[in-house]
Design a protein around this ligand. Structure first.
Ligand SMILES: Nc1nc2c(ncn2[C@@H]2O[C@H](COP(=O)(O)OP(=O)(O)OP(=O)(O)O)[C@@H](O)[C@H]2O)c(=O)[nH]1
Ligand SMILES: [Mg+2]
Length: 341
């Protein structure tokens, strides 16, 4: 059996940006030549389970659920609550044909609706998943087309994403702009936001990230939603069927962007994951030490206060027996010691 070249890709970006939808779109853009063909066959290629709600003109809501190819993945996608983050654990989705293979790592998004503690845990599990690979060729940072300002939220998500990576990974970074139909399949206001971020990063850390046609790819993967709606609901078909031209244009432009992006991977030198994982471990250790260090600092400050010094002097001048009574000798043999990784 001959070994085919395989490329590893990780999808990063805040929750709800469209990482899982992107993975499903890969399967469909690679299977059908056009949305019209996909609709005729009427078998949406579901890789990751999805569920979404559509509001019709009369405000009636319909729920569309499309299962993935592996039933076990249903547990990994939180499909029941509308406003919660979906993907729970990183999963690798492998796409192969006879010539080439792609392993795409879909992860839970940063800015998880469960809060910062969940984000810290997510970073750890993402690093664990990454460490299963020797090299990574594509680091896809995903954003929606309408991020008009470099808000604290956008900055937090970009920082959290980039902090996971070693500087050597920078040439492997690609920006994917989703939901871009409203911006005519351009990066829209997000480009200015990205330019601001990249300029700040260069000024403060000397890190330079290229923003060009080679690194920024725009798409709108709404056609996948259309495929699922068409397949699952008569009401959807009746109301959205006449709009097929819009979705078809999104398909054509997005699949072209997708093929250009994936062909770009053939030219990439793989980033050695070990380097980024070392940074991840260092961050975990620092994170674990912050609590104890804060407690020690507080104790030192307390000991330095005049009242505390006075109390210590008094204690030391008590008679020997009293001091003896107050000293508690600890039995160290049964202590539980936790070693940091
Ligand atoms: N119109 C449009 N909707 C999109 C696009 N990409 C994703 N969506 C919708 O946005 C919502 C969130 O998409 P997901 O793919 O679940 O987002 P995610 O990044 O995987 O989210 P987490 O798993 O929570 O990190 C879903 O309702 C998708 O149908 C897009 O390009 N265009
Ligand atoms: Mg997801």
């Amino acid at each position: 059996m001959s070994i085919i070249p395989t490329y590893n890709i990780i999808l990063l970006g805040k929750t709800g940006v469209g990482k899982s939808t992107f993975v499903n779109s890969i399967a469909n853009y690679s299977t059908y030549d056009s949305l019209e063909e996909a609709i005729e066959v009427n078998e949406p290629q579901g890789v990751i389970p999805v569920s979404f709600e559509i509001t019709l003109k009369n405000f009636k809501k319909i729920k569309i659920t499309q299962l993935g190819c592996n039933r076990r993945d249903v547990e990994n996608e939180n499909l029941n609550t509308k406003s919660s983050s979906c993907t729970q654990e990183p999963r690798v989705y492998s796409f192969y044909n006879e010539n080439v293979g792609f392993n795409v790592i879909d992860i839970p998004g940063m800015g998880d609706t469960a809060g910062p503690t969940q984000d810290a845990r997510n970073i750890q599990i993402i690093m664990e998943k990454l460490s299963q690979f020797t090299v990574i060729h594509g680091i896809f940072i995903m954003l929606k087309a309408f991020e008009p300002r470099l808000t604290a939220d956008v900055k937090y998500n970009l920082n959290a994403t980039l902090m996971m990576l070693h500087a050597n990974a920078i040439p492997n970074i690609m920006f994917i702009i989703t939901t871009s139909r409203g911006a005519d399949y351009n990066p829209g206001e997000t480009m200015t936001t990205l330019e601001d971020y990249v300029a700040n990063l260069e000024a403060s850390n000397g890190i330079k990230i290229e923003l060009s046609e080679n690194t920024v790819f725009c798409m709108d993967n709404e056609a996948y939603k259309f495929q699922c709606g068409w397949n699952k609901s008569d009401e959807y078909r009746k109301e959205f069927g006449p709009l097929i031209k819009n979705y078809s244009k999104s398909w054509d432009i997005s699949s072209a962007a997708f093929f250009k992006l994936f062909e770009r991977m053939y030219t990439m030198q793989g980033h050695h994951v070990q380097l980024s994982c070392a940074i991840g471990h260092a961050r975990t250790i620092i994170h674990c030490l912050i609590g104890p260090l804060a407690a020690i600092t507080a104790l030192i400050q307390q000991a330095l206060s005049p009242a505390s010094r006075e109390a210590n002097i008094k204690a030391l001048t008590k008679n020997g027996q009293q001091i003896k009574d107050e000293i508690e000798v600890q039995d160290t043999s049964s202590r539980t010691v936790y070693y940091l990784p």
